[in-house]
Design a protein. Structure first.
Length: 409
């Protein structure tokens, strides 16, 4: 018999018991829908991590100033400014394959007209934008004269621009930071949230000399100390070797003896990002594997119903064999029924899965990533389930003895 004839017979047989066929397909529907939703959620989470990695920058080392102890109380890293601009300059000079960018950090209230906003202030050098791979959405970067002369200019993040200016153009506007007037010369492109959930666009960048002398003040104004130094490595560099070279150079500059603890913290952000990305990928695979269990359960349901169908239609099978149906015709008939049952359930499951994924993305605000590959994989899996779990009932039907089948009550 042709495939078209087998398909017509299969659809006719499934239509006789509509409710039973629908209940049988329910396992496949739930399984396929769950696989699509879980894969979409997992892929969305992985894409979000990838975006955050790109937003932070690639191949980075983060140097943080050391800790201070007062009255036996250890205050934690960053409480004692043990790093300096000279350390960053030495790193750039001694290790030309890297780029080191020092940064000072503080907070301040920013005012423009009737609007005000509390934000983070960073005093940076021009290398900071290159290290963080931070482009400008509008405007220009700092000029050398502004860096050396503590120019009252700044770059603002997207969140600050939105809170202060709304729909107005921030360029060339004068804002006040701690009562000091600053001209906005540029707006940074958006980076979104960091891996820790903080808003990376809620900040203002200014020349490090300006931050030290005019905004942050205190002891920082008298010294060249900084809170952090960002180090960007080349793509082909060995991060571990570079990390050890940076640590050795800083220990030498800080005159630390062998066995003495570092007076700074060094973190390899590339390794942190790789671990987060691997965790996200494992989670996506785990979610898809758990959802696939529903497909197996649905396949078992198909096998069960097909075995019942073979028993119910034993006389029909015997009659078809008596009038000339071959073994392969009976095998094909029941196999096509199982595959048709599975594929129809798979198509319904795909529709439900896509709808559920979009609903989750809209209502929960999660990042959802639907890919044609995952949809095709779910459909192929449904087809394979139909073939695998439908083959045994079909073979059982094809091996029936015609005489005994005709006598079956």
């Amino acid at each position: 018999m042709s495939l078209a004839s087998l398909l017509r017979l299969a659809l006719r047989a499934l239509a006789i018991n509509k409710l039973r066929s629908m209940l049988t397909m329910l396992g496949i529907i739930i399984g396929v829908g769950a696989v699509i939703v879980m894969v979409a959620v997992g892929a969305g989470a992985q894409a979000k991590v990838d975006e955050q990695i790109r937003a932070l920058g690639s191949n980075l080392l983060l140097l943080t100033s050391g800790a201070t102890t007062s009255g036996g109380v250890r205050m934690g890293f960053g409480s004692n400014l043990t790093l300096s601009e000279d350390d960053a300059a030495a790193l750039n000079r001694e290790m030309p394959e890297i780029v080191a960018a020092p940064a000072l950090r503080g907070s301040a209230q920013v005012v423009w007209g009737n609007s005000n906003w509390s934000t983070i202030i960073f005093g940076v050098t021009p290398e900071y934008l290159d290290v963080r791979q931070w482009a400008l959405a509008a405007g220009r970067v700092f000029e050398p004269s502004e860096m050396s002369g503590a120019g009252k200019v700044c770059l603002i993040g997207q969140s600050v621009a939105r809170q202060l200016f709304g729909n107005a153009d921030p360029l060339d506007q004068v804002i006040r930071i701690k009562r000091v007037p600053f001209t906005v010369i540029g707006v940074l492109e958006g980076k979104g949230q960091s891996l820790m959930g903080t808003d990376q666009d809620d900040l203002i960048l200014m020349p490090i000399s300006t931050a030290r002398k005019r905004v942050l003040g205190g002891n920082i104004a008298k010294l060249r100390s900084v809170g952090t130094i960002w180090v960007k490595m080349g793509d082909a560099q060995d991060s571990k070797a570079t990390e050890e070279q940076v640590r050795a150079l800083l220990r030498q500059r800080h005159r630390l003896q062998p066995g003495q603890d570092d007076d700074f913290s060094l973190r390899n952000l590339s390794e942190v990002m790789a671990a987060q990305e691997a965790s996200s990928r494992v989670l996506a695979i785990l979610l898809a594997a758990v959802a696939s269990v529903s497909l197996i359960v649905g396949g078992i349901g198909i096998m069960n119903i097909m075995l019942v169908s073979v028993t119910e239609r034993t006389r029909e099978i015997g009659l078809r064999m008596a009038v000339g149906a071959r073994t392969r015709d009976i095998l094909g008939q029941f196999l096509v029924e199982a595959v048709t049952l599975s594929l129809i359930g798979g198509l319904i499951g795909i529709a439900i899965g896509i709808g559920a994924s979009l609903a989750i993305g809209s209502l929960a605000g999660w990042r959802i990533l639907l890919s044609p590959e995952s949809i095709l994989l779910a459909a192929a899996f449904a087809f394979a389930i139909g073939v695998f779990f439908g083959f045994y009932p079909a073979r059982k039907a094809a091996r029936l003895n015609p005489v005994e089948a005709l006598r079956f009550e």
